[in-house]
Design a protein around this ligand. Sequence first.
Ligand code: COA
Length: 261
Amino acid sequence: MSDLKHLRVEWDGDLAVVTVDRQEKLNALNAEVVREIGQVFESLRDDGHVRGVILTGAGEKAFVAGADIGELARMDPLTGVEVSREGQAVFLTIERFPKPVLAAVGGYALGGGCELALACHLRLASDNARFGLPEVGLGILPGYGGTVRLSRLVGLGRAIEITLTGEMITAERAREIGLVSDVVPRAELMAKAKELLRKITKNGPLAVRLALESIYRAVDTSTHEALDHEAALFGLLASTADMKEGMGAFLEKRKAAFKGR
Ligand code: COA
């Protein structure tokens, strides 16, 4: 990960903080940034030291202000499909990431930036954050999963309104409609993001991983299939040392020390 141009990876214990840093363009996603995000998440996925990831944007103004419009303006129908597919694949890597990923949104999360936040498992916003899908105003549609994921989070009616008007909503409105977990002062965003993520990473890592898997499987399948899958994962966890540790710790009135096995 040493040759990254637009991404920074920092550590706080077992949490990785990934920062998109292309401040002169409000962290807009050109093809290189998208590739680097994919590269970083693949590398973190295979790193046993990582328990959770915070994804954020550099500077005070933006999380990510969208896909790079200068680049998009040059696409033709074939490259357009490729651009969309590449972004979708990288964002799917985030959604399927086996450890919790939290988007700390400290400013504009527009277009591809909003879609990037939607691909994360959780979103926390600062009070100056703004969300929106302005693509229709540019004559395109949200092509990094926005037409698929937004309605799952906020319902069809609100997703249609946000997508078709292309207008921004405030952080507070995003909280009201369930797009973000909470809104915090800008200066406290990173501390609060870590606090929220640590509430998750203190739990059994295998349990967290399989709970995420079960939740996302349920989005794509019938109730019966999803319940079968849930039961199988539930049974699988009964084979883990983490289950014995979690229940043993409760019964012995002590804190659990999970090993992820
Ligand atoms: N793609 C490419 N460049 C972008 C960008 C994007 N999505 N968003 C911002 N930038 C660039 C601006 O062109 C400008 O570059 P310049 O200084 O070389 O001219 C720089 O980032 C700063 O942005 P600016 O527009 O001057 O900041 P602002 O505070 O006046 O406005 C926004 C902020 C976010 C409202 C405005 O930049 C904007 O509308 N961006 C596009 C959002 C969008 O449509 N995203 C979806 C794309 S699919």
